[in-house]
Design a protein around this ligand. Structure first.
Ligand SMILES: [Zn+2]
Length: 302
């Protein structure tokens, strides 16, 4: 999805913490997680387009991948997975937008596709997508076709479901919201916690304010608090400030390219229509000073 497509989607309704710059190895903050725990990487976009891609390695070296990015992110992701052993235990898809699914769909269609144990997601029916967000139908069908042809099991999660991957606990705290038709697919993002006894990470996908407010008003609001949060919808026009106030993160994970981080449509910082600077202000008000932004490259959290 290019920047113009991203804008169109908006129009539709549309660490601190043992972290460092991965490949560069420069420590970006002081460590608080000294005990053994899973490793989390935030992968950088390989094209100018926003995307979201995370890889988790359990202490037994199994891999969990979250989303993966666009078509242009596929080669980097393939190589990254290969370097970590080449097999993925669980692949989580937060929601079926192309900047989250196209890299996976591409890998699935290649003969050298990594072994993938299962894909877990909360997916609307194609007819619902056609009715409420027609432009997303084609990439969604491309994704479904790739999954089916690759023969990878697709597990539809339920609200409240928990999964344990070698001591890494995954808890689903939000699933598709078929009654929300504004910003439809983003508001149907699966939100989930990934944690062990050392650290917790909350993933929000591209959840919008309607889905975020529903989560906040529901029984899983008490499960929002986390050490790390993946900033919703690439850091802007996602959940409301109140959701972040319930999370009170120590560190923010931003799947956000430079132009979006600076709200720069080509005319300099602040020149764009995006709300990233506002969200950055929210996090400053919360006292968060640790920000890992994908524009700056690969980050690893231990
Ligand atoms: Zn999205």
């Amino acid at each position: 999805m290019n920047r113009r497509t991203f804008l169109r989607n908006l129009a539709i309704g549309t660490a601190a913490l043992g972290m460092h710059r991965g490949a560069l190895g420069a420590v970006a903050g002081e460590a608080i997680a000294h005990r053994p725990s899973f490793t989390l990487w935030q992968l950088p976009e390989q094209t100018p387009t926003q995307m979201m891609s995370y890889v988790i390695r359990t202490m037994n070296d199994s891999l969990i991948v979250i989303d993966g990015g666009n078509l242009g992110d596929a080669p980097y992701l393939r190589e990254f997975i290969q370097k970590q052993g080449g097999a993925v235990h669980t692949w989580i898809v937060s929601h079926p937008h192309s900047d989250h699914t196209d890299a996976l769909a591409t890998l699935l269609s290649e003969p050298e596709c990594p072994a993938i144990g299962r894909i877990v997601a909360s997916l609307p029916e194609p007819a619902w997508i056609e009715e409420h967000e027609q432009p997303a139908l084609e990439p969604f069908q491309r994704f479904l076709k790739a999954v089916e042809e690759a023969g990878v099991p697709l597990h539809e999660v339920e609200l409240g479901e928990t999964m344990d991957v070698e001591g890494v606990r995954i808890e689903v705290i939000a699933v598709k919201n078929l009654e929300i038709h504004a910003n439809a697919i983003n508001n149907s993002s699966m939100a989930f916690r990934v944690e062990d006894d050392v650290k917790s990470v909350l993933f929000l996908g591209d959840l919008g304010f309607q889905g975020g407010d529903k989560l906040l008003a529901g029984p899983y609001a008490s499960r929002l608090k986390a050490d790390y949060v993946q900033m919703a919808h690439h850091g802007q026009n996602g959940v409301s400030e109140a959701v972040y106030q319930a999370i009170v993160p120590k560190c923010c994970l931003w799947p956000t390219p430079a132009w979006l981080w600076e709200n720069d449509n080509g005319g300099g910082k602040g020149s764009g229509p995006w709300r990233t600077l506002e969200v950055r202000d929210w996090m400053a008000r919360l006292g968060v000073t640790n920000h890992l932004v994908s524009k700056d490259g690969l980050f690893v959290i231990h």
